[in-house]
Design a protein around this ligand. Structure first.
Ligand SMILES: Cc1cc2nc3c(=O)[nH]c(=O)nc-3n(C[C@H](O)[C@H](O)[C@H](O)COP(=O)(O)OP(=O)(O)OC[C@H]3O[C@@H](n4cnc5c(N)ncnc54)[C@H](O)[C@@H]3O)c2cc1C
Length: 531
């Protein structure tokens, strides 16, 4: 592949560079044809114009921590971690901040905190994910139960279209189009979205979080800003964001609640609702069994699940309200005791990352979200389906939002790994759909879940998503195979198992170390500095 004319950043086609960008978080390995690292917006414009002329697929990428295969692709991976480094500028009076899309969440949030403010949707990946990647996935976090996902906090977005034009989508942008892509959208796709609004409203999910599909529902307004949020690099490249900020709470308290039955999960969360918890996290028995050696003395023996709850007040009334349902409740309201209670939530990640031998923790059914009152059925179903396909499972997550993470513990030497994972994924997406849930609460569809969008929302929804995609990206150059038209999961795109695409063993080991140490923001070309 020849370098795009006039492109000034690194453009690499050597095996080492391509292998370093073959993986992100999650299970995928796809070796790209080339890697491009734009220096700035001009470079991105050159790249997309060249891609449109040559019909080359571009996979935008921030830190590569997305889990659904949306940051890998067979065309050119575009590392945006260097292009938009504009530092965070806070407007304290307006309670807003502006930052370039390459800025890491933790840096933006730290700048806000130096003014007594914060960006409340705080993903666990906040230490390494870019704000551009967060917006592209509609990322969320433990505080989303009170504060919503990033969608609620984005005021405006700066972007570059697939035609290489520069635009801004803010609150007042509706029907105002500064780029050809927006013109095509308003003239072609938008009238049809309006016409079919009732049909769309009928298939909208009643979950508290959702990162599946494009935001094409009648109340997803203003249209362009909402479409770009959660579009996973398939509609435009985000270059900068303006976000709203919230005050840092003066004090917080924590409750650690044990439950004796999965039937108690939804009633316990309902009992907490009036006290506006800022976080309601669940650790299922599968999780507690996995970390049992470290917590045995703190756990009543008949515990089926644990809730960890944060409240932005003293929490005593909430404690009393949940006590009649709980097996036990422990309350803490000073910072040291609160962090001790939260320790259990942080025990699993290092253990999952370092499983011995051929055992690995895999994220394939890791992000489903269901109506909260169906959480018990969802957990039971996940446990049953994982066992039926021969996998152990570790379940935890954001129960206040009905949203659970589930890691599969697999022997990757197993001969039928790809087939078994694909079947489990199919069954679990059926379960999520049947429960009135959605496939992705915060990680997005990527390549993993895109094949199930039609089952989730129906054919009309997918047809309308295609129309939106054609308006924004007529040549289909932005992240092809992500969100729409994805191939089903198979062993040939996995980073583990006997059918995994071959890359140099030393690079495979380097990528594994990034995964184990969660050093996702590592600039990959520093690891292969010359071609
Ligand atoms: C240990 C761990 C914990 C995690 N915890 C959470 C969590 O709590 N909450 C959560 O929501 N997610 C979580 N994630 C998933 C992931 O971190 C988020 O989706 C994050 O927002 C991805 O950011 P990134 O910079 O790594 O983007 P990447 O993974 O590089 O890209 C993600 C998607 O965004 C697109 N993209 C990236 N930058 C741009 C841009 N500038 N313009 C247009 N498209 C772009 C890419 O094309 C891709 O589709 C976690 C991941 C890991 C590994």
């Amino acid at each position: 592949m020849r370098e795009p004319p006039g492109f000034r950043g690194p453009f690499r086609t050597d095996d080492a560079a391509r292998a370093l960008y073959a993986e992100g978080a999650g299970v995928f390995r796809i070796v790209p044809a080339a890697v491009a690292v734009p220096r700035d917006a001009d470079d991105v414009v050159r790249l997309v114009r060249w891609a449109a002329e040559t019909g080359t697929g571009l996979t935008p990428r921030g830190s590569g921590s997305g889990m659904a295969g949306q940051n890998v692709g067979s065309g050119v991976v575009v590392d945006l971690s260097r292009a938009f480094p504009e530092r965070t500028v806070v407007d304290v009076g307006a309670r807003t901040a502006r930052a370039g899309a390459s800025v890491i969440f933790r840096d933006l949030d730290a700048t806000a905190r130096s003014h007594g403010l914060r960006l409340p949707p705080d993903p666990s990946s906040g230490a390494f994910c870019t704000i551009g990647g967060m917006v592209a996935c509609n990322a969320a976090g433990a505080h989303t139960v009170k504060y919503g996902a990033i969608r609620r906090w984005v005021r405006s977005l700066d972007f570059i279209t697939a035609d290489g034009e520069i635009g801004r989508a803010g609150a007042g942008d509706d029907r105002h189009a500064s780029t050809g892509a927006e013109h095509r959208f308003w003239e072609g796709a938008a009238p049809e979205l309006d016409r079919r609004g009732e049909e769309l409203a009928r298939v909208r999910k009643r979950t508290r979080k959702n990162s599946s599909g494009f935001a094409i529902f009648p109340d997803d307004l203003p249209r362009v800003r909402n479409l770009l949020i959660g579009s996973e690099g398939t509609l435009a490249i985000v270059t900068g964001v303006e976000v709203e900020l919230a005050a840092v709470p003066a004090a917080v308290s924590t409750l650690l609640i044990t439950l004796r039955s999965l039937d108690d999960v939804a009633p316990a969360i309902d009992a907490l609702d009036p006290f506006a918890p800022s976080s309601v996290e669940l650790l299922d028995r599968t999780y507690l069994d996995f970390v049992r050696a470290a917590i045995a003395d703190r756990l009543p023996p008949d515990t089926e699940a644990m809730l960890l709850v944060e409240l932005e007040h003293d929490g005593r009334d909430a404690e009393a309200a949940v006590a009649r349902i709980a097996g036990s409740v422990v309350h803490a309201d000073d910072p040291a005791s609160c962090s001790r209670l939260w320790e259990t939530r942080h025990l699993a990640s290092p253990l999952l990352a370092a499983l011995p031998g051929t055992r690995r923790s895999l994220q394939v059914v890791e992000d489903g979200c269901v109506p909260r009152h169906r959480l018990g059925e969802y957990i039971t179903g996940l446990r049953r389906l994982a066992a039926a396909h021969g996998f152990e499972i570790v379940i935890f997550g954001h129960a206040g939002d009905g949203h659970l993470h589930a890691n599969l513990l697999a022997d990757v030497a197993r001969a039928d790994l790809g087939v078994a994972l694909a079947r489990l994924l199919d069954d679990v997406s059926g379960l999520q759909t049947d429960l009135g849930g959605t496939l992705a609460g915060e990680h997005g569809d990527g390549r993993l879940r895109a094949p199930f969008l039609e089952r989730l929302y129906g054919a009309t929804f997918v047809e309308l998503c295609r129309k939106v995609k054609r308006a924004f990206d007529p040549a289909g150059i932005l992240n092809p195979g992500v969100k729409l038209d994805a191939a089903p999961l198979s062993g040939a795109v996995l980073k583990v198992g006997r059918d995994a695409p071959a890359i140099a063993p030393a690079i495979a080991a380097t990528l594994r170390a990034i995964e184990k140490d969660a050093t996702w923001a590592t600039f990959r070309l520093d690891l292969a500095p010359t071609a």
